[in-house]
Design a protein around this ligand. Structure first.
Ligand SMILES: CC(C)(COP(=O)(O)OP(=O)(O)OC[C@H]1O[C@@H](n2cnc3c(N)ncnc32)[C@H](O)[C@@H]1OP(=O)(O)O)[C@@H](O)C(=O)NCCC(=O)NCCS
Length: 185
């Protein structure tokens, strides 16, 4: 049987990052095109290493703390992105990032699908939420393609690098997910 946080899809593996992954993580997470809509952006390698130490490395999941997984290509183990989740009361927030050279090839959708599937199996009573800047078309589209429901618009609600940004909240319940699977997504 696979360890808890070792998820597999047709093309991908998702599991905790190791310190040895810090270079690659830093290389894509430090790109402005990647962090434009995100609060965290490493300024140097040491910050990427701290991120891995703090949010990944082990299988341990603590409510209120983000748990980050690397997204690896199954055939060559290359790190192409990362995703994470955070248990917050009755809900679980998710986040996701794909390195630019691997974007637009369906990997984001495949990884987030696997994460949702895992979360509803591990925490069946909770709902999953994701929030994004409405100008982040790729993220908006990804959530819509997975049939998340838009459940709120919060103008000027998140401060990113000193500027207040709008935020759209998306929600999915387990019932939504089961009917999506029946619709074959
Ligand atoms: C959001 C992100 C993870 C999407 O990953 P991805 O691997 O490129 O997404 P996919 O290839 O699985 O595409 C999913 C859907 O979004 C669409 N999409 C992808 N990039 C898009 C873009 N730039 N503009 C519009 N739609 C886009 C795809 O066409 C696909 O829809 P379709 O199935 O109808 O064709 C990626 O763009 C990213 O890492 N962005 C930077 C980090 C970020 O902003 N994360 C989200 C923070 S809230």
């Amino acid at each position: 049987m696979l360890p808890l946080l070792n998820l597999q899809t047709s093309w991908l593996k998702l599991h905790p990052l190791k310190l040895a992954d810090a270079n690659v993580l830093f290389s894509y997470r430090s790109l402005p095109v990647v962090y434009k809509y995100q609060q965290w952006a490493p300024r140097h390698l040491e910050e990427a290493m701290d991120f891995i130490r703090k949010y990944s490395v082990t299988d341990e999941v603590k409510p209120g703390n983000w748990k980050q997984l690397g997204i690896f290509l199954k055939d060559n183990q290359k790190l192409i992105g990362d995703c994470g989740f955070c248990l917050q009361g009755e809900q679980v927030e998710i986040g996701y990032t794909i390195s630019p050279e691997y974007q637009g090839q369906g990997y984001g959708k495949e990884a987030v699908k696997a994460l949702i599937d895992f979360l509803f199996r591990a925490y069946p009573g909770r709902k999953i939420i994701a929030s994004t800047d409405p100008q982040n078309w790729a993220s908006m589209r990804l959530l819509e393609r997975l049939h998340f429901i838009q459940s709120g618009f919060f103008p000027r609600s998140i401060k990113i690098r000193g500027r207040w940004k709008d935020d759209v909240l998306f929600t999915m319940t387990k019932e939504d997910w089961v009917s999506n699977i029946q619709r074959n997504l």
